[in-house]
Design a protein around this ligand. Sequence first.
Ligand code: C6P
Length: 405
Amino acid sequence: MAFDVQKIRQDFPILHRQVNGQELVYFDNAATAQTPQPVIDAIVDYYSTTNANIHRGVHALSQEATEAYEAARQKIQKHFNAVHPYEIILTSGTTEAINCIASGYASILQPGDEVIVSAMEHHSNIVPWQMLCEKTGAQLKVLPMLQNGTLDMEAYAQLLNARTQLVFVNHVSNALGTVNPVASIISQAHAVGAKVLIDGAQATPHYKVDVQALAADFYVTSAHKICGPTGVGMLYGKAEHLRELPPYQGGGEMIAEVTFEKTTYADLPHKFEAGTPNIAGGIAFGAALDYVNSIGLEAIATYEASLLAYATAALEQLPGITIYAKDVEKVAVLSFNIEGLHPYDVGSILDKMGIAVRTGHHCAQPIMDYYEIPGTIRASFSFYNTKEEIDRMVEALKKAITMLQ
Ligand code: C6P
């Protein structure tokens, strides 16, 4: 079936609104993707017909809500090919998923242990590990990046040793769009007995990820990057690793038995899911995966690659442009600067013309430090964007250059 972008756009109500008197061009998909009608319907439907607390009630609503929530967990499990549904912990997002693992290893790591974090991470995949190292006395080693926006895999091989306990790398860089060789990163880490957490926040909107094929120990993402709602995400962990870790938070539903002398914890996944979760969010996360699967992630990747090629060729014609990580394997993210112009000023002018891009360090300051720049302009595309919208951005950039230079 041909990829019909105009038909797909009909599913996204927000794409038909105006911003600053112009039809919206939404190129900030790496920050959060837009929400299609079936996902909005799933949320409205849940609150209209089913709203109740889960895992707690004997009454019909509670049981229906529990079934819908657990069905969503199973959809997520199948989508990412986890072995068991209980290997999927529903969190508030990528950030909480990473913090959950970092908090767990605080009681496992010892002084002298080493952990490796890549130079290309979002702050969410840096700061929790720094905090972990401060608590445990473990040492944080940085896997460096190269000028072309890829990771220095020779340096990685040198960094790995018998003291390495954990490695943290994103599957795709949010600031550059680079696709990292995570299967090789994982297998090399396993060869020295280290475990790997992959931050998949920017990969999962574009690729079908198979956690078993990757042999990932932990894989995390946020629903809102994949057309789902904000405030819900996934922590996948191999059951044996999750069982080894202590709970992240204490509270209702994560216990087996509570007395003042001793509390015992519930089995997976509940051990890591204290308190009332984002029930509607979890159900809508499942609906979002159904939605992207109904289009097909392969078809999405092919279409987005054509947008990236088109936009790269068009932007290259602009005077004074620098595109970061240009000739490497990438998702549809263009991070660039225009000589003499501050990214913020360019972003503000684009906004006046109804075009949403992100500017700044993109919560990945070490990348900006590496390139010695204050930030970039980032246009991140999704499968509902069009070449005509890219033309509009290019025209707007030409105007910005004239106005600001
Ligand atoms: N990046 C961006 O504009 P949360 O906020 O928990 O849903 O996701 C955090 C996060 C972690 N890792 C990566 C690779 C990410 O891209 C993000 C979110 C957005 O790039 C917002 S800062």
